[in-house]
Write a protein that binds this ligand. Structure first.
Ligand SMILES: Nc1ncnc2c1ncn2[C@@H]1O[C@H](COP(=O)(O)OP(=O)(O)OP(=O)(O)O)[C@@H](O)[C@H]1O
Length: 574
């Protein structure tokens, strides 16, 4: 296989462009894929990160566009990529090569991204530019095709860059629609460093008798990339990260965090490390698109000092910034393929790079066996570093809003972790919550179901010395509303207590009354008994008297001196 550009059957201006870009030889993947694609065959290309896959489709597309009859309103080639950043980068590569096109403007591209312009503006630009090639993410392209303003019957080439990602569940709605609206007669090219894992979904693209090109790399990584891991307690991860950033010699580093919230949160903290020669940038999917693109551009263009891009998997794939020489992963990604893509942001095209992954002590160490099975070579690091408190909790205590954010970030991490695809290794129940809470700068544990299930083991407070009533927001308005809420809450509690007391009191007096009534009843009953007894006694006594009287009177009667009027009754009346 010849690696000489001069042997390639393409227009001279394309060869000139490549040699002007300083690429003396083709990379292996270019030498294999470009000639095949030029022969109008479908291709599936799996080649390690940074091996030059982009030019492997850019050159054949431009060569093809040289020769076609373009009709207004029709698109002839579509390149899809999973992120806006990657789409923008691909368009840049097209422009770099097109700068050498002697027939200026004879091949036109349009970059279409959601979150930058409105659909109407994109359609208006499409009309005005009349592009041959569209580079886009699936979301916006799907909307534009739906609007029926872009004709696809003349489509010659479809490229899915990072095809496995585009074909996974996350994009299925948009991709199914796009793929269903494109003509069957076209060339399709699928490119990625990890395409084989998506094998079952490739048929969706309608790819026909593809030629598979697999450029194997030893240990599944570029030669110039060194991979390491270090086992560390969560509470010491920031110390270790800072130690590496501070002591390693590098120009640009990309540090991967698990969630958008964590990038935001730790970026605010590290931004305050002004006395060090470290410049931090933050990039994640919840930022507005123009801000994302601008950050990436600024990071790319910064040439002095050490620059650090704090990011998520939004920047895991495809991003090509040539002086990135260090990757740090605070946690392994939930998607195993993402691991190689993240590491592959360095060690590109023969340049040296190091990628270091942190693993929590305990079960996560099994991840190394998992990587070995995947034929990934990774070595252990044993860096000693300063474990003393890095000051995150102190930073949070200066403003309650920071602690609120810490809680939200912690919660988002637990949710993230519970969705890990390798859930035999990454299990929520194995997390050291206290150590993790310290890593997130928490002072008390948030109440969430995942923790509640284990709560008998986990104390509520990490630091119980905080006076929560005095823990203030720096924002005056927020603080005022907190104090109002607090006062309301206190009043509520007071009222509740008063009510409770009252209820207790009334319950007591009711009890006493009842007792009194009962006692009175008892007394009355006793009295009644006594009265009755008394009455009976009296009765008896009277009866006795009466009886005695009667006998006396009978006796007197018999003696003949009885006054009849004294007789109160006869013997028979008794
Ligand atoms: N023939 C070549 N010789 C030297 N460098 C090259 C050559 N072709 C491309 N490059 C450079 O190699 C780097 C990586 O290329 P590219 O971004 O296309 O890699 P990739 O294979 O798509 O990587 P990933 O899988 O990470 O997306 C770029 O900086 C590019 O300019």
């Amino acid at each position: 296989m010849s690696l000489d550009w001069s042997d390639l059957q393409v227009s001279k201006w394309l060869k000139d462009a490549i040699s002007s870009m300083g690429f003396e030889k083709m990379t292996t993947v270019q030498a294999s894929a470009i000639p095949i694609f030029l022969q109008n065959k479908d291709v599936i290309v799996e080649a390690v990160t940074g091996s030059g896959k982009t030019l492997s489709f850019v050159i054949p597309i431009l060569e093809k566009m040289n020769k076609i009859q373009h009709q207004k309103g029709h698109v002839n080639a579509i390149v899809l990529a999973p992120t806006r950043e990657l789409s923008m980068q691909i368009e840049k590569v097209f422009q770099k090569v097109l700068d050498y096109n002697p027939n200026e403007n004879s091949i036109r591209t349009q970059l279409i991204l959601g979150g930058v312009k409105s659909i109407e503006e994109d359609l208006e630009a499409f009309k005005r530019l009349n592009p041959h090639i569209i580079i886009s993410t699936p979301g916006r392209l799907h909307e534009l095709i739906k609007a029926k303003k872009i004709k696809t019957n003349d489509l010659e080439i479809l490229i899915l860059d990072e095809a496995d990602r585009l074909l996974d569940l996350g994009f299925s709605k948009e991709m199914d629609f796009i793929l269903g609206s494109l003509p069957k007669q076209k060339r399709t090219g699928l490119f990625s460093a990890t395409i084989s894992t998506a094998f079952e979904t490739l048929h969706k693209t309608g790819i026909r008798n593809p030629i598979k090109i697999k450029v194997n790399a030893k240990n599944n990584k570029p030669k110039s990339l060194q991979m390491y891991y270090q086992v560390v307690k969560p509470e010491h991860k920031l110390n270790l990260m800072f130690h590496i950033l501070n002591t390693y010699h590098f120009q640009k580093a990309m540090v991967y965090f698990p969630t958008c919230a964590s990038v935001d949160y730790y970026y605010q903290f590290f931004k305050t490390f002004k006395e060090y020669d470290l410049k931090f940038f933050s990039l994640h999917g919840k930022l507005k698109t123009p801000a994302r693109l601008k950050t990436l551009k600024n990071f790319d263009e910064t040439k002095s000092g050490k620059s650090i891009l704090m990011t998520t998997d939004v920047a895991a794939r495809g991003i090509d910034i040539d002086d990135v020489d260090l990757i740090i992963q605070l946690d392994p990604p939930t998607d195993p393929d993402s691991f190689l893509h993240r590491c592959g942001r360095t060690g590109r095209a023969g340049r040296f790079g190091e990628a270091i992954t942190f693993l929590n002590e305990g079960r996560e160490e099994d991840y190394i066996n998992f990587l070995e099975v995947k034929d990934v070579e990774i070595n252990e690091l044993n860096l000693s570093f300063d474990e003393t408190d890095i000051g995150l909790r102190k930073f949070n205590l200066a403003d309650r809003a920071r602690h609120d954010k810490a809680v939200r970030t912690f919660v988002s991490f637990i949710r993230y972790y519970s969705k890990h695809s390798i859930n035999s290794i990454f299990r929520v129940k194995d997390i050291d919550f206290i150590s993790l809470g310290k890593f997130y700068g928490l002072t008390r544990m948030p109440s969430m179901p995942e923790i509640k299930q284990l709560s008998n083991k986990i104390p509520e407070f990490i630091d119980d010395s905080i006076n929560w009533d005095n823990f203030k927001y720096l924002n005056e308005e927020k603080e005022k509303s907190r104090l109002d809420e607090l006062a309301k809450e206190k009043l509520k509690v007071e009222r509740k207590e008063q009510r409770k007391k009252k209820e207790e009191n009334s319950a007591w007096s009711k009890k006493v009354m009842k007792k009194q009534v009962r006692n009175e009843k008892n007394i009355n009953k006793r009295d009644l008994d006594l009265v009755m007894k008394d009455d009976n006694d009296k009765d008896n006594q009277e009866r006795e008297l009466d009886w005695k009287d009667l006998i006396t009177q009978e006796k007197k009667k018999r003696k003949g001196n009885v006054n009849n009027q004294d007789v109160i009754g006869t013997f028979d009346d008794l």
